[in-house]
Write a protein that binds this ligand. Structure first.
Ligand SMILES: Cc1cc2nc3c(=O)[nH]c(=O)nc-3n(C[C@H](O)[C@H](O)[C@H](O)COP(=O)(O)O)c2cc1C
Length: 358
């Protein structure tokens, strides 16, 4: 077995979350790294070529180590075909409203994840994190041999134990407050409602004293320094933050998504399958309110079905028809430099980390 390479361990224990669909940019990762944190580019929904470009650009902007996140899932369940067809019929007026035609669905789509893994094996980054599924011991071993640490996103303590036995170096423990998709291991399961703090405590208990224990990164609903400190006390080594960075200058969040985040008439976030077929937390827009109850558990086919609608809505500035993923702390997201977010979250003093080592 190859020795496990060191996972990301920036001076400030704040990792910017991978955020597919635009928000993640090389500029955002570099800005957070420059402020003493670290984080991930999002490889999900990108072509391998686009991911390679983003990695190259990030290296131009920073010499600090960073990670890449991949979507890692099983093919869509063919049994869901009828339900997806019914949902497509229900959504037809939404598509018609923006003059878009229903797309052909690809039931074999795996997000070209194995090609992106090959890219990362031939041109390694510091860490690769996986979501929607666990990488398995063989992939972990190949990444370790390439000099790359491995993180797995988990949303319950069973998944945490399973990932630990596969030899991952970090568990991204994602609580119910988290924006974006829940890191459940199957499309059909309903995620639990444990808060990030409760889940971190449960995972720490479930892992017990067995060595080697992966690092724990807490994700979900982090909006201030006191929450970071509480999560570190609960057993996390770092926090992974998404929503708070969505409106920052360096994020690539679409204008429509940003408008949804700042619309005073949108008053809550909910976990919904309406846009993608997988449970994800986002703003309760008119689209979500109308279709949440009818959306089938079918990923990525429902995601494919709504893609042209979301693209047209983003172009038209229709913020009720874009998937405005956001965590429960969305009201705290503000425009400004990403470094300001890192500074506001930095524990005083950063526990267990050398100061001034950026
Ligand atoms: C807009 C958006 C997109 C996201 N995309 C991804 C992704 O591509 N991969 C992933 O592992 N997590 C993704 N997440 C979830 C984050 O990794 C993280 O769990 C979450 O942002 C933490 O909660 P917070 O948003 O309350 O900070 C996304 C979150 C948001 C808000």
């Amino acid at each position: 077995m190859s020795p496990a390479p060191a996972p990301l361990a920036p001076p400030v224990p704040v990792l910017v979350a991978p955020m597919a669909g635009g928000p993640s940019t090389p500029e955002l990762v570099a800005a957070v790294a420059g402020a003493g944190g670290s984080g991930y580019l999002s490889g999900g929904n990108l072509t391998p070529e686009a991911l390679a470009d983003q990695i190259a650009r990030t290296r131009e902007l920073t010499d600090r180590p960073f990670g890449v996140n991949l979507f890692w899932y099983e093919p869509a369940e063919p049994a869901a075909r009828a339900a997806v067809q019914e949902y497509a019929e229900l959504l037809a007026p939404e598509l018609a409203a923006l003059d878009v035609t229903a797309p052909e669905l690809d039931w074999e789509d795996l997000d070209r994840a194995s090609e992106k893994l090959d890219l990362l094996l031939s041109d390694p980054v510091a860490e690769v994190s996986f979501t929607f599924g666990l990488p398995g011991p063989e992939v972990v071993e190949r990444l370790h041999a390439a000099g790359t640490a491995v993180a797995a996103t988990v949303a319950d303590h069973h998944a945490a134990r399973c990932a630990a036995t596969q030899g991952v170096d970090r568990l991204c423990v994602q609580g119910a407050e988290a924006g974006g998709h829940r890191g459940t291991l199957t499309t059909g399961e309903e995620p639990n409602r444990l808060t990030t703090t409760q889940l971190v405590q449960q995972v720490v208990r479930a892992l017990g004293p067995t060595a080697p224990v992966p690092l724990i990164t807490a994700a979900g609903g982090v909006t201030d320094r006191a929450e970071v400190e509480a999560l570190l006390t609960a057993g996390a080594e770092s926090v992974q933050v998404g929503t708070l960075f969505l409106l920052t200058d360096e994020a690539g969040t679409s204008t429509a998504h940003a408008a949804a985040l700042q619309d005073p008439e949108i008053t809550e976030t909910v976990v919904t399958r309406a846009f993608s077929g997988r449970p994800a937390r986002g703003l309760r827009s008119r689209f979500v309110a109308a279709h949440d109850a009818h959306a089938p558990a079918a990923y990525p086919t429902v995601n494919q079905l709504t893609r042209p609608l979301r693209t047209a809505a983003a172009r038209a500035g229709d913020h009720h028809r874009v998937s405005a993923w956001a965590g429960t702390g969305w009201r705290q997201a503000r425009p400004g430099p990403a470094a300001g977010v890192v500074e506001a979250l930095t524990p005083t003093p950063a526990p267990g980390r050398p100061s001034g080592s950026r």
